[in-house]
Design a protein around this ligand. Structure first.
Ligand SMILES: [Zn+2]
Length: 124
């Protein structure tokens, strides 16, 4: 085999090149580098289809769903897909709250009273 840096011939067991000192990237090392991220993926837990169904049912419960979303989003969950999904849900929730607040503010500013609207509704 030859050095990948300077091309000098080397012994099979050498860890660094004798001429230039570059570290040897052997086929075995390459395999190790390849295997490590795959191992990392196994350590990460994935949410099963049944898990997602359960999560969606939990999301139907008011208040509990918001608490669960905060726990999943910031609780250091190992389930990254659940974590990112919970964060996206919280952002969407925040946007919908901001829109609701904005609509209420616009109604107040324009002098439209919600109770008036309800009362008017009786006379249709
Ligand atoms: Zn070399």
């Amino acid at each position: 085999m030859f050095c990948q840096n300077c091309g000098a011939q080397m012994n099979a067991g050498d860890r660094t090149c004798k001429r230039c000192g570059a570290p040897v990237r052997q086929a075995a090392n390459q395999y190790q580098n390849y295997a490590q991220p795959a191992e990392g993926y196994h350590r990460e837990e994935h949410v099963s289809t049944g898990g997602w169904i359960g999560i969606n049912f939990l999301m139907l419960i008011p208040i509990v769903n918001i608490i669960l979303l905060i726990v999943w989003a910031f609780g250091g969950s190992r389930q990254r897909s659940l974590q990112t999904w919970a964060r996206a849900k919280l952002i969407l929730l925040l946007i919908s709250i901001l829109i609701t607040v904005a609509v209420i503010v616009i109604l107040i500013v324009t002098g439209v009273n919600v109770s008036d609207m309800m009362r008017n509704g009786r006379y249709y």
